[in-house]
Design a protein around this ligand. Structure first.
Ligand code: ZN
Length: 415
């Protein structure tokens, strides 16, 4: 095999001719520069549509693209970047087979970067690839746009979850739509209003909107209103995930009030002890450590109010786990118990549950609580809390599509 073909294989490019290889060095380190050109069949094509187009001019002259490191040395491809005149798109830069349009990175570098971003921390990815987090998110946007390009993410959708998610410390919001059957994120857009949700149904189109059978959501009336206007046949279900979260919040309120009362009564030690109960109470019983189990069991005798609140939270979870007639029975029992629990947060929650009861019964009857779409929701919320953040909602959406929309590319050179 000729040396140039070995280099072509090493830098992971196709439809490309390697002309020369050099090692350049400066104070920042050494760079292997691989001078390339597209093969004859790939020369002079529009970067927007890929069709052949006449040469316009030399464009910006020679350009470079970061490629995957070889060992510990950086690699760059260098080539002419002429412009062409496309019949549909006018004067545009010519396509190159080794990179996506407008990128300073090779396609295989971007695929590697996106794969890493889906599997490792952002800081680790940026450091390993000697680039910035901002470049990583821009790469993810390009890779996802490329992956989504040919596919219709909204095909065959019948049971969906619609959710609003805060990011930028609660100053910005997204509407996210997940497919309950695949657990995938299928659509997202910045906004927190009926118009944004209606934009999803417009993207779906009237025919497919008419085939939606179930929509789960939280208590947001603006989501319900959009569903009623664009997919009136769909059954609206209140997301179990949110209802259990309400009960968990009520339990936490009971705990905090009790601690405050103890402090006010001068029982500082007892108040401090309450603090230690927090994680034991909020966790699923199955996830408790032995010590936490002992804490919860101790409450049954030491603090009956707090223990009652704990049982109320658990019964709410149990009614969604049971579903159907059993779930209905547990919910009815829950309502009666919560109303006379003498725990203000639960009395208040009982009123909210009463208000949404028809939608909660829909959830119990149709069993729409889905572990996979719940995992997607949890993941979205985790993404929004990442310390380094996203410069735009589009960047956040692209990251979510990468990890939860099935848009992650395979590692370069593997099948
Ligand atoms: Zn074109």
């Amino acid at each position: 095999m000729s040396t140039h073909r070995v280099w072509k294989r090493l830098v992971g490019v196709e439809h490309t001719v390697v002309e020369a290889v050099d090692l350049e060095g400066d104070e920042g380190g050494e760079v292997v520069v691989v001078r390339v050109r597209p093969t004859r069949s790939r020369r002079g094509c529009c970067s927007r549509c890929g069709r052949r187009a006449g040469r316009y001019d030399a464009g910006g002259g020679r350009r470079r693209w970061r490629a995957i490191d070889l060992g510990s040395t950086m690699v760059e491809l260098e080539a002419d970047a002429p412009r062409v005149r496309c019949r549909s798109h006018g004067v545009v830069v010519a396509a190159v087979p080794w990179a996506r349009p407008g990128s300073r990175f090779t396609r295989s570098f971007e695929d590697l970067c996106a794969w890493l971003a889906a599997h490792a921390s952002g800081a680790a990815v940026a450091e390993l690839l000697r680039t910035s987090w901002r470049s990583v998110t821009a790469i993810v946007e390009r890779v996802v746009a490329d992956a989504v390009g040919g596919r219709d993410l909204l095909a065959g959708v019948t049971r969906i979850g619609i959710d609003d998610i805060a990011h930028r410390k609660g100053h910005r919001y997204l509407v996210a739509v997940t497919d309950h059957d695949t657990g995938r994120l299928i659509w997202a857009a910045p906004g927190r209003d009926q118009v944004t949700v209606e934009a999803f149904f417009d993207a779906l189109g009237p025919e497919r909107a008419a085939r939606v059978t179930h929509v789960s959501a939280d208590g947001a009336e603006w989501i319900h209103a959009a569903v009623r206007s664009k997919a009136p046949q769909a059954t609206i279900c209140l997301d179990a995930f949110h209802v259990v979260a309400w009960a968990t919040k009520a339990l936490d309120e009971v705990r905090r009030r009790l601690a405050a009362d103890l402090r006010a009564a001068g029982a500082a030690d007892a108040a401090a002890g309450m603090k230690g109960t927090r994680w034991a109470l909020l966790k699923n019983p199955a996830d408790l450590t032995t010590l936490q189990r002992t804490t919860v069991a101790g409450l049954a005798t030491l603090n009956r109010g707090l223990y009652r609140a704990y049982l109320l939270k658990e019964q709410m979870r149990a009614s969604f786990a049971a579903k159907g007639a059993d779930g209905r029975a547990l919910l009815a029992g829950w309502l009666a118990w919560a109303k006379r629990s003498q725990l203000a947060p639960f009395v208040k929650l009982a009123r909210t549950i009463e208000h949404y009861k028809p939608l909660i019964l829909n959830t119990l009857d149709h069993g729409l609580s889905n572990a996979r779409s719940e995992a997607t929701n949890v993941h979205l919320r985790t993404l929004t809390r990442r310390a380094y953040g996203f410069h735009s909602p589009e960047a956040l959406i692209a990251m979510a599509m990468l990890t939860r929309g099935g848009c992650c590319p395979p590692l370069p050179g593997r099948n």
